[in-house]
Design a binder for this molecule. Structure first.
Ligand SMILES: NC(=O)c1ccc[n+]([C@@H]2O[C@H](COP(=O)([O-])OP(=O)(O)OC[C@H]3O[C@@H](n4cnc5c(N)ncnc54)[C@H](OP(=O)(O)O)[C@@H]3O)[C@@H](O)[C@H]2O)c1
Length: 239
């Protein structure tokens, strides 16, 4: 892994799970890191596990003013990452969902477009943007159509923008099932349920946020990688 000394890294959704793992990895590699999320509670929890060189800020992918304030403060950004969830998802057959339920999942996509619209001008010409997608973009399961369509939109957006914003780069990282706070709604059965949901994939376990962060560090720093989706999914797409 390379040295990120003197690099400026901004991670939206950097207060939990995959984003927080990117924040820790980039910080350990020497970068000046700005990490953002919507809630002070998550910021306080994240602060407790990061060194004090990380700057935590409140920002919401659906609030342009908060994004712009963050980007202005960060200045010339080397690597901009968004790992924000920011959407209500309904897991159910398409025809059983209301239009509102189905379209709610797209709030993640609209949030990402807001990050890029507000942030691109701040990214250095040799810098990059990395967005976090997910296996449903290319792995189709009953009840998951809203996630597949949202993920497909995120991946198409990445490829379309790679052509437009060159020489700046933009890539995606697509995680499989990763053990993060996103699954805390499962309560005490979380670990058993994650194990059950991954028993059939080649790696036969849920992934760790740190494993996805390695993919993000690669996508954001490799100077000849753009419009690419890095899959970190334990073989999910094969299963
Ligand atoms: N975990 C998985 O199995 C998995 C699988 C495939 C794809 N993904 C994708 O990976 C990304 C990261 O997920 P995760 O598992 O790391 O989730 P997580 O642990 O819940 O972390 C989500 C982060 O995003 C922030 N966030 C949510 N909405 C936001 C918004 N509108 N504006 C700014 N920040 C926002 C959260 O903080 P606040 O809530 O305080 O804002 C938090 O820092 C998401 O895009 C998710 O869809 C995850």
């Amino acid at each position: 892994m390379q040295n990120l000394n003197e690099k400026i890294v901004v991670v939206i959704g950097g207060t939990s799970g995959i984003g927080l793992a990117v924040v820790k990895a980039a910080s350990q590699l020497g970068a000046k890191v700005y990490a953002a999320g919507r809630s002070q509670t998550n910021i306080d929890k994240a602060k407790a596990v990061c060194d004090d060189t990380v700057s935590f800020r409140l920002a919401d992918t659906h609030d342009d003013a908060s994004l712009l304030a963050l980007f202005k403060e960060a200045g010339e950004i080397d690597y901009l990452v968004s790992a924000a969830t920011g959407a209500d998802r309904t897991i159910a057959p398409f025809v059983e969902q209301t239009a509102e339920q189905f379209s709610a999942a797209f709030q993640k996509f609209w949030g990402y477009t807001n990050v890029v619209r507000n942030g691109e001008a701040f990214v250095k010409s040799n810098g990059s943007i990395t967005l976090v997608s997910g296996t449903p973009a290319r792995k189709y399961k009953s009840g998951m159509s809203s996630l597949s369509c949202t993920g497909g939109a995120v991946e198409a957006f990445i490829k379309a923008l790679a052509v437009e914003i060159a020489p700046k780069r933009i890539n995606g990282v697509s995680p499989g099932l990763i053990d993060t706070a996103m699954w805390d709604v499962m309560g005490e059965e979380k670990q058993q349920k994650l194990a059950d949901m991954t028993v059939h994939i080649p790696m036969a376990r849920a992934g760790k946020p740190e494993e996805v962060a390695q993919g993000v560090i690669f996508a954001m720093t490799n100077s000849y990688t753009t419009g690419t989706i890095v899959d970190v999914e334990g073989g999910t797409l094969l299963s």
